[in-house]
Ligand binder design. Structure first.
Ligand SMILES: *Cc1c(COP(=O)(O)O)cnc(C)c1O
Length: 386
């Protein structure tokens, strides 16, 4: 399906009509085991569902195609994807990660994988300065998120990939925030792209799942071995739901982005708002880079309210449509204060250093009618006292 555009791929890639029944939609294949015609000779390509499952494989092909990769793999969550990749390392190996990384990723690196004597270094990747000093001959991969969570800092994937390759290492990009619709890191030189499919890919806040895509046969074989050996696979039902969800990725991402722009327009002028960060605004420090490496700007908006914890709590407690909840990328608008929620596990000193203050409010723009979202914010902002 690689000749098609993404709005077609999300609907058709990996999902041909069932050759036996003609069913247009990929069936949910729940069987854990598969018949063999002779010992060790399966009838089809499957023997045991952890090793390979038809519904999962359909999703894996779809995500590979959507990221312009040859190979795809699915996992039980975004973090299971990260954990499986990391289990390919050995004691003494090193990893360099972007500093403003997803809270759960930092927790896994520093509090789980570090116990196995793997060294993690966190650096700002806005320029190459810090990464140049951090990568050594022991660096097995560089982990990049762009735009980052929650500050929406952007890094130059192409420049970083070239540098990382010159050092004989590989670049892995967490593309959760942009989805394959707005950014394709493999096209920019990344070796692996991964997603928390829990977010935009599934898009309906009802599946926890992860995935990766790559063009490297070696890396694919390595991660497929680890997927089977570590066992962090998603259920066939979740794969079905994620495939159902991804079919509307194009229309959802366009709608998320449209609402995000409208929220910026409204909030940017509001007297109780200090400033906003959105990659689509010329005020974003790396707006030119965003235009160059992304096909759009996504649905995540960061708002710094005037005041502090009291003001941001008042805003969030008075909203009716925006759900006060963690996560992002669902059809419903979500709002959160990372310092009390997603980034609680980041030490306060690190939070302060990164600029994750108590007045930083993160919005995942949903696809509701924008008039209703703005009315909801207007009402809640009226309750905020400076
Ligand atoms: C949510 C998220 C993850 C973790 O994914 P889970 O599916 O929750 O395990 C990783 N990276 C980013 C950017 C995320 O938003």
């Amino acid at each position: 399906m690689s000749q098609y555009k993404i709005g077609t791929k999300v609907i058709h890639s990996g999902q041909p009509a069932d050759s036996v029944t003609g069913a247009v939609i990929t069936p949910i294949s729940l069987s854990t085991t598969f018949l063999q015609k002779s010992p060790g000779v399966p009838i089809a390509d499957y023997d045991y569902s952890r090793s390979g499952n038809p519904t999962r494989e359909a999703f894996e092909k779809c995500i590979a195609d959507c990221e312009n990769g040859k190979y795809g793999l699915a996992f039980a969550s975004g973090l299971a994807t990260l954990a499986t990749i990391t289990q390919g390392l050995s004691a003494g190996d090193e990893v360099v990660s972007v500093d403003d990384v997803y809270g759960g990723t930092r927790r896994y690196f520093t509090r789980v994988a570090a116990n196995f004597n793997i060294k993690f270094t966190f650096v700002d990747m806005g320029t190459l300065d810090q990464i140049k000093n951090a990568v050594t001959e022991k660096t097995k991969f560089v982990w990049l998120e762009t735009p980052t969570n929650p500050l929406l800092k952007v890094a130059d994937i192409k420049a970083i990939a070239e540098f990382v390759h010159s050092k004989g290492s590989i670049l892995i990009v967490d593309n959760t925030f942009m989805s394959p619709y707005f950014q394709n890191p493999l096209d920019l030189g990344a070796d692996v792209v991964m997603h928390s499919a829990t977010k935009y890919i599934n898009g309906h806040s009802d599946v926890v799942m992860g995935c990766l895509a790559t063009n490297s046969e070696d890396l694919y074989n390595k991660y497929k071995f680890l997927q089977n050996s570590c066992g962090g696979v998603p259920s066939p039902f979740d794969c079905f739901l994620a495939m159902r969800g991804i079919k509307t990725l194009k229309v959802r991402m366009e709608a998320h982005q449209k609402n995000a722009f409208a929220l910026c327009e409204f909030l940017g002028k509001h007297p109780k708002v200090d400033r906003i960060i959105y990659p689509g605004l010329p005020s974003h420090p790396q707006h030119e880079l965003c235009k160059r490496q992304m096909h759009g700007f996504g649905g995540m908006v960061v708002v710094f309210l005037k005041g502090g914890e009291k003001q941001s709590r008042t805003l969030l407690e008075n909203l009716k449509i925006f759900a006060l909840a963690e996560s992002l990328g669902g059809v419903e608008s979500l709002i959160s204060i990372p310092s009390f929620m997603t980034h609680m596990s980041v030490p306060p000193a690190v939070r302060a250093e990164l600029g994750i203050t108590d007045s930083l409010v993160r919005i995942s723009a949903g696809i509701e009618d924008i008039e209703d979202l703005i009315a909801d914010l207007t009402f809640a902002l009226d309750k905020v006292e400076l």
